[in-house]
Design a protein around this ligand. Sequence first.
Ligand code: SF4
Length: 434
Amino acid sequence: MHTQADIINFWSHIPDLSDSLTDEDEEPPDGRIKTLDADACLLKIPPPATLFSLPSEASSVSPSQRNTFRKTFYPGVTAKQWNSWHWQVANRIRRGDQLGRFLQLSKDEELAVNGTGTTLPLSITPYYLSLLNPTDPEHPLRRSVVPTTGELTQGPGEADDPLGEDNQSPVPGLVHRYPDRVLFLVHDFCSTYCRYCTRSRVVGHGTINPTTARFERMLDYIRRTKTIRDVLISGGDPLLLSDDRLEWLLSSLRKIPHVEVIRIGTKVPAVLPQRITPALVKMLRRYHPLYMSLHFIHPDECTPETTKACARLAGAGIPLGSQTVLLRGINDTAETMKSLMHGVMKMRVRPYYLYQCDPITGSAHFRTSVKKGLDIIQGLRGFTSGYAIPTYVIDAPGGGGKIPLLPDSVIGKEGSDLLLRNYEERCFRYPDVV
Ligand code: SF4
């Protein structure tokens, strides 16, 4: 497991960023990580139910409720501290007894967070915690990060590595599935762990470390394999590396002539938007063409903080795409999905993929039928602009890669004419060329 010292070590060579910051709410001026004596202040507060009265049907947390959260649980924490990513990571919630002070835990949540058996650790940044409904266990964001006992049951067809990544790894940390691109897993650390994570078999276990020797072996494979023109950096979350470490990796990749495109996959703008500092984007913009895939699951994640983070990335000329996992009870209606897609577009993020949830061990409570996914796409097509519609895919179990799925729109053929169905379920004829 990563210790606090390990994590702070990752950052220990970050230069003092304060000179380059324009906003007063960024890093602490001395660059040091200030931790909070959370136990000392939390013990004095009343239980969550008496602080908020949120009806479960109006589950989203408003800006004023978020302010109440901060004032109540972090009264001595300055805006500078709260808006520092170092502070957010150093003070993330990692134990069941801590969580119970912020949220009114259901019996099922209590059993899961205090028991043993979940492979994925608990971790939630104070920022993301402030977005959770403290009294409603069904709140979409809460379900995505608070463990439940559903994780403990292995359903039919579920596996720890359903995508067969371990079998397609020529060098530890590198997945080479498609001819022209590789997945580069930098480490196994995220600030907030998603309970449906495809890589829950490895993330948070502290076994994949971002050492130079490990990176060099992966880079060497890329140097030797001239068909690789696209590298997707993922993890764990790559943006949890220090600016220096990330820059070292990006510059090493840029020195390889056949690597045309670099992509970064991250959930940081949603769970730790404070990480998107001016210094980070100033560094990133030196490595174009650089793309980013941002992980969002629900419109509640489209906050002012996240909007600001995305604006900084987009302002640095980084094309942003969204990746969303289809999750039962979280985003499995056309209405919620449309609202999410509109939300990300307003943040200058182009909807990219909607993933059918992978059959990882303990995921049955998150997975929907494929028909549900197709119905959602059907509910978007024609009812919003094509830009707002992600490609719905199944990542084929066993390593078959992404397979796109579309509702049937060709409903028949008469002679050379194709019979097509439009979004209003009306039939049209197209004279096809034979
Ligand atoms: S951010 Fe990505 S890698 Fe990290 S826990 Fe969530 S899904 Fe997994």
